[in-house]
Design a protein around this ligand. Structure first.
Ligand code: GDP
Ligand code: MG
Length: 298
């Protein structure tokens, strides 16, 4: 008979912070897989994404969240609700920041002051800083917030990632695993595919274009070891459709080639990818579209 394991630890750890501090990079470093897309642009992450760190005696469920901002439209409101939800559901909070003060930081501090859960402050991008600056920053942060512990890391260079895991284990409850031990994310293959396409759009377009696109899958068919994926890119206006497609379709072609390469690597199969650009007039502020795209549940 199987005896109950009384030392196994499992729990949820929310990674929060302002945009662009490296939350998604950290999630990928912790899981050693590319689960969350990363870009130098703010607000790349639109939904909370789970990455699961499995080991013999523990399972840590990390939740990467959208960067904390003051919302200006309905989509951003749903993004901030997903941050709130993850703060409520979590066992430990990781507040990721850098050695620089950010103008949105007070919103983060206000949220954290109301929550009585262990908070770990991480100073990321330590590769671009020094011990003195980091120490100074940590002591300044301590003036406004009481936190359980702090650590300097570099998500990009995977510095102190193991130390972070050890640190988290000091605060993680004894609990059976929440997920199957071989599972490393809650993202479905389809979600990973649409996120790959969104990442290419974030890389190759400027200004409002990346923020105006939503990607959905219309058809996914597997025939003779080849996968045919028909996707739609929804934009807010006609003018954006023209920019996205580019002269003679050259710009969208680049997205298709790069996305197909990454999707083939993900699936390990030959992929035929179709991208169809559609106008969903003002979708970021419209309830029906936000529901259709899965940002609102009812
Ligand atoms: P998020 O908005 O907080 O999820 O941030 P991302 O993970 O998308 O990263 C934003 C940018 O910061 C990207 O260009 C990353 O490559 C970069 N970045 C993340 N972590 C580090 C780090 O440890 N060092 C440096 N130098 N850059 C980093
Ligand atoms: Mg992110």
């Amino acid at each position: 008979m199987e005896t109950e394991n009384t030392t196994f630890q499992s729990g949820f750890v929310s990674i929060i912070g302002v945009p662009n501090v490296g939350k998604s990079t950290l999630l990928n470093a912790l899981i050693n897989q590319k689960i969350a897309i990363v870009s130098p642009k703010a607000q790349t992450t639109r939904r909370a994404i789970i990455g699961i760190h499995n080991a013999e005696n523990h399972q840590i469920v990390f939740v990467d969240t959208p960067g904390i901002i003051t919302p200006h439209y309905a989509l951003q409101e749903t993004m901030m609700q997903s941050v709130e939800q993850s703060l409520q559901d979590t066992d430990v909070i990781v507040w990721l920041t850098t050695d620089k003060i950010n103008s949105n930081e007070n919103i983060v501090v206000e949220k954290l002051q109301k929550i009585s859960k262990p908070i770990l402050v991480l100073i990321n991008k330590s590769d671009k800083s020094d011990t003195e600056k980091i120490q100074h920053r940590i002591s300044q942060l301590g003036d406004n917030l009481s936190f359980a512990n702090s650590l300097a890391i570099s998500a990009l260079h995977k510095f102190n990632i193991e130390s972070l895991i050890s640190l988290i284990l000091n605060y993680l409850p004894i609990h059976p695993a929440y997920y199957e031990l071989e599972q490393f994310t809650d993202q479905t293959e389809r979600q990973l595919i649409t996120e790959i396409i969104r990442e290419k759009i974030l890389t190759h377009y400027q200004e409002e274009i990346p923020y105006s696109c939503e990607v959905t899958i219309l058809e996914y068919k597997e025939v003779d070891n080849q996968v045919r994926i028909h996707t739609e890119i929804h934009v807010e206006r006609d003018s954006q459709k023209i920019i996205l497609i580019g002269k003679n379709g050259m710009k969208i072609k680049r997205i298709r080639i790069e996305a197909r390469r990454d999707i083939e690597a993900l699936l390990g199969k030959t992929v035929f990818l179709e991208l169809y650009v559609r106008v969903a007039e003002g979708w970021k502020n419209k309830e029906n579209f936000l529901k259709k795209f899965g940002y609102l549940t009812q």
